[in-house]
Design a protein around this ligand. Structure first.
Ligand SMILES: [Zn+2]
Length: 85
């Protein structure tokens, strides 16, 4: 029986509530993981609108780079100020 093999694979993938940047333009699906950004507010790669920090359930990326984690923390701190409007 092959039908469940793919589903089992996905269930085995750990997910985490991940900080992302999401496009503010209505109807635009642009978003990116915040560990690909730095300490400035990014713009959408699809429509160049401002992006806001959000949480999204995503498959866990195995990444032991401490420098990236430090960047993520600083982005989260900054985003609390950027998204108060
Ligand atoms: Zn967009």
């Amino acid at each position: 029986m092959y039908f469940s093999a793919r589903n089992k694979y996905f269930e085995a993938l750990p997910v985490e509530n991940t900080q992302i940047w999401s496009c503010t333009k209505e109807g635009c699906k642009g978003w990116m993981r915040d560990n690909f950004t730095f300490e400035y507010q990014p713009v959408c790669c699809l429509c160049s609108s401002p992006m806001v920090s959000k949480m999204k359930m995503l498959p866990l990326l195995v990444n032991s780079n401490d420098e990236l984690k430090a960047i993520r923390k600083s982005v989260q701190m900054n985003s609390t100020r950027l998204t108060t409007s």
